[in-house]
Write a protein that binds this ligand. Sequence first.
Ligand code: G1P
Ligand code: ZN
Length: 543
Amino acid sequence: MSIRTVATTPFNDQKPGTSGLRKKVTVFQSVNYLENFVQAIFDTIAAPAGSTLVVGGDGRYYNREAIQVILKIAAANGFGKVLVGQGGILSTPAASCVIRKYRTYGGIILSASHNPGGPDGDFGIKYNTANGGPAPEKITDAIFARSKALEKYRMVDAPDVALDQQGSFSLGDMTVEVIDPVADYADLMESLFDFAAIRTLLSGGFRLSFDAMHAVTGPYAKEIIERRLGAPAGTVINGVPLPDFGQGHPDPNLTYAHELVEIMYGDHAPDFGAASDGDGDRNMILGNHFFVNPSDSLAVIAANAKLAPGYAKGLAGVARSMPTSGAADRVAAKLGIPCYETPTGWKFFGNLMDAGKVTLCGEESFGTGSDHVREKDGLWAVLFWLNILAKRGQSVEDIVHQHWAEYGRNVYSRHDYEGLPADAANGLMAHLKSRFASLPGQNFGRYTVRLCDDFSYTDPIDGSVSTGQGLRVIFEDGSRIVFRLSGTGTEGATLRIYLEAFESDPAKQRMDAQEALGELIGIAHELSELKARTGREQPTVIT
Ligand code: G1P
Ligand code: ZN
C-alpha cells in the first residue's frame, strides 16, 4: 500500500458550529479543505491502530466524493475497518445506531442537515464519539485548534471503493464494509414500539402521509412504514433521496414542507402527517388540519411514554434545550422526574443520557429523541406518535388539547430573521446585553421583567461550562423572550427570537399562537431595536 504524505497549509475557518463544520459545497471542494479537516479529526481523536469507524451521510451533493477522500485518509491513519452505508447513505440517527450497535471507535457523518444541497448548496461534516453522539465541545475545540496548525495529511493512493454493493472490500490494509443502511435502524425501531398495534391502526382506516422531502429518510420510511407496518404504497411521498433534495429546502416545518402541509390542510386530509429533514434527525408532526408544536410534542411523548414497549418502565428524566418551551417541565414535575435545561444543540444531551439521568430529550427546532441512540431521531418521533395514537384511539388534535387542559399550554413560537449582515446581528445582541442591567423591574404592557441573562450551562456530569448560549428576558409570570444567533448557517447571520407565554385557562388555550404572543412580539422588537438595526420587521420563517 502506498501512503502519501501531502504538505498543506492550514485554514483558519474550520470551527465546528452547533452541529459540525458546515460550509458551502464550493468551500469543501477547494484544494485540501476537506482533507485538512479530516486529518485534524484523526489527529485529535488519536484512535488506536486497527480501530473501526462508521462513515455515511445524507446523500447530498458531494457525499460520495467526500466519502472516498475520508476512506483513503482513514486507511492511511491506521484504521482497521470502516463501516459505510450502501451508496454512502446513513441517516444521522442510523449512523448513531450503527456506532453503538457495533461498538465502533466513532463515526463521521456527512450532512448539513436541513440546509439546501446541490453544487451551490451546503455541505457538512461532523465527528461522533463511541457513544454515538456528536463530539462534545472539548473535542470540537481541539479539532479546530489542530486544523489551524495542520501542515500535512496522510492518504493512501488507491482506486475508489465501490459503494453501491454490500460486502467487504480492501483499501490498503483497511477493510471497508459496505452495509445495509436501513436494517439495523429498522430493527431498533421495531424493538421500541408496538408495531402490532400500529399495524392494526393502519389496517382500520387510519390514514397517514410521510414526506421524506427527497432526503435521506425515504428508504427508511418505506421499509418501516410501508413494508414493516403495512401502510399502502405511496404513504411515503418524495421518498427517493436526491443530491439536491429536488431543489427543496429539506426542513420539516410549515414553511418548507409545504407539499405535506397542503395535504394535511386540504380536503379529505389524512389523520396524521409527518416529515423529516435532510439527514433524518428532525421531525414535524401534524394532525388533520392541526400542527403540533415541537415543544408540545416532546411533552406529549413524555406524558404518554409508557404506552410504548421500549419505555414501559418509565422515564429516568427529560431534558430540553433552553429555548424550548417549558411544556416538558410540567410533565416531568407531575411524573416526579428531573427535567434538565441545556444549551442549544444535541451534543449537550449526551452526557446526561450516558449517565442514565434522562431518557427523553427535545429541542423546539423539530428535534426529539431518546437514549436509544445519541442523536435526535425523526422517524423515531413519528413512530412514537403512531404508537400513542394506536393505543389511545383519539385524534392528534384531541390528544394535544387534552394535554393542554391537563397541564396548561406553553404558547410558543420562534421567529427567524435569516440572512442578516453579521455586524447588524452582533450589534443587536450587544445592544440587548447592554440593557440587561437596567431592565429588571421595568414594565412592558402587562409584563414586568424579572431577570435577564446570557444563558450559561455547567454540565452536571463533567463540570464543563458553556457560556454565551442565548440572551433571556424572563418576565414575572414566567413568560420569556430568548434571542440567539444561529450557529449552523453558512451565509450572513440568522437571528432567532423565541417567544413563550403560559396559558392555564382552557377557554383561551386554543387561540392562534401568533395572536396570543402578539404583545411579547412587540416587546421583543422594542427591546432589540430590530427594525432600526436590521431594517426588518417580518421574520423569514415562523415556527
Ligand atoms: C439549529 C437549531 C438547534 C439544532 C441545530 C442542529 O441550530 O436551532 O436546536 O440543534 O440546528 O439541528 P442553530 O442554527 O440555532 O444554531
Ligand atoms: Zn438534521
